[in-house]
Design a protein around this ligand. Structure first.
Ligand code: URA
Length: 210
């Protein structure tokens, strides 16, 4: 039966077909937490033939990474086929906290730390970190370990923040996204998110005033 009437009621036993495609096989939503290794890109395919993160997940569903980590960045990465979930976690208005551990060149001066904490401009927009913690200053090797928490998600944002204060990043790991970390997961390993974890992340939307 062809139905054109808006609001037509159907029963659970009906099969609904739109332009030849059945809607009855609803897509199962999947949510993964991957400990991303270096050497993978956050994309569905790559014209340069580099490996992509979705190769690491054993599923037939069309999942994709939630936001991006650089080719050489490691750590917490979510993958899903749920568009609303991905949108909540990447849209700046929901202010999801992301914590990165950076190994940077040089030892930051107090002045530079304040400059970073006060906010540096990236493409004309100031990025004010939620937290900055100096974890280690290695004067011999002329390197430092710094933990920074931000809510922004623009491309290469952390590397650009450190570059703006004169300290290129050698190594970058995302240690946490909201309340999630990679404890118990080796590099390249993943796990499913629990229903509670998914619900908790979805709540970010409801609790947002924006
Ligand atoms: N900021 C960066 O510079 N790189 C990442 O991979 C993530 C955040």
């Amino acid at each position: 039966e062809i139905v054109t009437e808006m609001g037509t009621k159907v029963s659970e036993k009906d099969e609904i077909v739109v332009e030849g495609v059945s809607l009855s096989k609803s897509v199962k939503k999947e949510y993964y937490l991957l400990n991303k290794p270096r050497g993978y890109i956050c994309s569905l395919s790559d014209e340069k033939g580099r490996r992509v993160v979705t190769e690491l997940i054993n599923t037939n569903e069309r999942i994709y990474p939630v936001g991006r980590l650089d080719y050489d960045t490691t750590g917490v990465l979510l993958l899903t086929n749920d568009g609303e979930f991905a949108n909540i976690l990447t849209h700046p208005s929901y202010e999801v906290e992301k914590t990165y551990l950076a190994i940077i060149e040089g030892v930051m001066t107090t002045e530079e730390i304040y400059k970073l904490k006060d906010g540096v401009e990236i493409d004309g927009i100031k990025v004010i970190p939620r937290r900055v913690k100096i974890k280690k200053k290695d004067l011999e090797k002329n390197k430092s370990k710094v933990e920074v928490t931000i809510v922004e998600g623009r491309n290469h944002i952390v590397k650009r923040m450190f570059e703006a204060v004169g300290h290129p990043v050698n190594k970058l790991t995302r240690e946490r996204l909201a309340f999630l970390d990679v404890k118990g997961l080796q590099s390249g390993e993943y796990r499913y998110l629990s229903n509670d974890e998914v619900n908790e992340l979805m709540k970010l939307k409801k609790s947002s005033k924006k």
